[in-house]
Design a protein around this ligand. Structure first.
Ligand code: ATP
Length: 443
């Protein structure tokens, strides 16, 4: 247990120290479970989102992109079932006033006696009450119930209500999908574990519209594709597994659901959900609006409401997986080296440039090389401190390649490239740097 806590503490502390993730509004004491991404966090997140977008849209001709508004007509959330069902059963402690999820009492901790659960600490608990997880706000100048709108708790509904808008202009035919990356908000009662469960987060969702009779084959297809995505991201295969939802776990709309789970330092937890949502969503929106969301198959002359296979991944949660999976401590010459061994494809900085010393024309040559590399990669230029310390700083943010300008550079126009993982250095011509690094990144 101590080791588990240590590893998360180490990662949180590295994220703050090196500019990946900070607590929101930190100088005001922070805001519960909201996080800000600093310079390297935002690069890492952007690379992750680009990787997903490329895999889910660019490399395919059967998935289109969308960016729907966060605020939607409030009736959308009545139709989807979120107003009635997006709730957790909650209990309050009459003594310390803390609130807990009724279904997680055994693993929850009493804030006054952290070694005990709320069942053991002696506080009296209220009867469970249902608590809706959607954030509400008001639209327009009057703050009354007719002006209530919700901050979307998932990006999926923006896709369903745009089914016809996307299908027409893109000239797609069923089976096809719509992909979206965007913010979602949930007033989680027991958030925590850093960016694992937060109140504001980003989702990467894809909804695939299919003929109802083909649901099992498409479910299996997407289940395999989505696991492969994490392998391609370079995540340790032994720490990934499927979890099938039992009948008691299935959401009200789902016929079948599998989670992809990762073994975090705090246990196996969901990373992504793959759901067979049947025709629930399009049928409900058809009933509520009177707009026919059925599909006519011109080949078979069948008319049906498409089934939907959903793949729903958390961007922040995947980012935590990338950090946890990459975090490595190694003994090097009697010192501990901390390295984030990200796949070079998603590393926030791809290459750093160091003049070995701050004289003999090395900084000028270094700047020249840096400007050339910047056109192709996210690069970093550093002249401060011993070169060994500069390497260590780059190791801690996961930069896969460091280029050093030394005494030989001005004579034969070569530099060294140091590999983050092996720490080996090779000499290359400056003219070959860009293609060499490109080839290394592409692996
Ligand atoms: P959980 O059981 O962990 O609350 P969920 O089953 O409610 O998750 P979904 O509604 O299926 O999650 O959302 C899809 C994905 O969105 C999740 O697999 C997760 O990666 C991400 N996600 C959901 N809630 C949060 C949150 N509060 N903070 C960060 N990511 C989240």
């Amino acid at each position: 247990m101590a080791k588990t806590v240590d590893r998360m503490d180490q990662i949180v502390s590295l994220c703050k120290r090196r500019g990946f993730v900070f607590q929101s509004s930190e100088i005001y004491g922070g805001l519960g479970s909201c996080w800000d991404y600093g310079p390297y966090g935002v690069e890492l997140k952007r690379n992750l989102k680009d990787f997903w977008w490329k895999a889910m849209t660019q490399k395919r001709d059967d998935v289109e992109g969308l960016d729907a508004a966060i605020l939607m007509h409030p009736k959308v959330w009545e139709t989807s079932g979120h107003v009635a069902n997006f709730t957790d059963p909650m209990v309050d402690c009459k003594k310390c006033k803390a609130r807990f999820r009724a279904d997680q009492l055994e693993t929850a901790r009493c804030p006054e006696k952290p070694s005990k659960s709320p069942l053991e600490c002696g506080g009296e608990l209220t009867e469970p009450r249902m608590f809706n997880l959607m954030f509400k706000t008001f639209m327009g100048p009057v703050e009354d119930s007719s002006a209530v709108v919700y901050m979307r708790p998932e990006t999926a509904q923006g896709i369903y209500v745009n089914f016809l808008n996307v299908m027409g202009p893109s000239r797609q035919k069923v089976p096809f999908g719509i992909a979206q990356i965007g913010k979602a908000f949930r007033n989680e009662i027991t958030p925590g574990n850093f960016i694992f469960r937060t109140r504001e987060f980003e989702q990467m969702e894809m909804q695939f519209f299919i003929k109802p009779s083909e649901d099992d084959q498409w479910f299996d297809y997407w289940k395999a594709e989505r696991m492969q995505f994490y392998y391609d991201l370079g995540i340790n295969k032994d720490k990934l597994r499927y979890h099938e939802h039992g009948k008691d776990e299935l959401a009200h709309y789902a016929k079948k659901a599998f989670d992809i789970e990762y073994e975090f330092p705090f246990g196996w937890k969901e990373l992504e959900g793959i759901h067979n949502r049947t025709d629930f969503d399009l049928s409900r929106h058809t009933e509520a609006t009177g707009k026919d969301l059925s599909y006519f198959d011109e080949k078979t002359h069948e008319k049906f409401i498409p089934y939907i296979i959903e793949t729903s991944a958390g961007c922040d949660r995947t980012l935590l997986v990338l950090l946890v999976d990459a975090y490595t401590e190694e003994e090097v010459k009697g010192e501990t080296r901390v390295v984030l061994k990200f796949s070079p494809k998603i590393a926030p900085v791809k290459v750093a440039v160091f003049p070995l010393v701050n004289k003999d024309g090395m900084p000028e040559l270094g700047m020249k090389v840096f400007h050339e590399l910047k056109e192709h990669f996210k690069a970093f230029y550093d002249t401060s401190g011993a070169v060994g310390r500069r390497y260590r700083r780059m190791d801690e943010i996961g930069t896969p390649y460091c280029v050093t300008i030394d005494g030989q550079t001005s004579q034969d126009e070569t530099v060294t490239i140091r590999d983050r993982d092996t720490m080996e250095q090779t000499r290359v011509k400056i003219a070959d740097l860009v293609p060499t690094i490109k080839a290394k990144i592409e692996g």
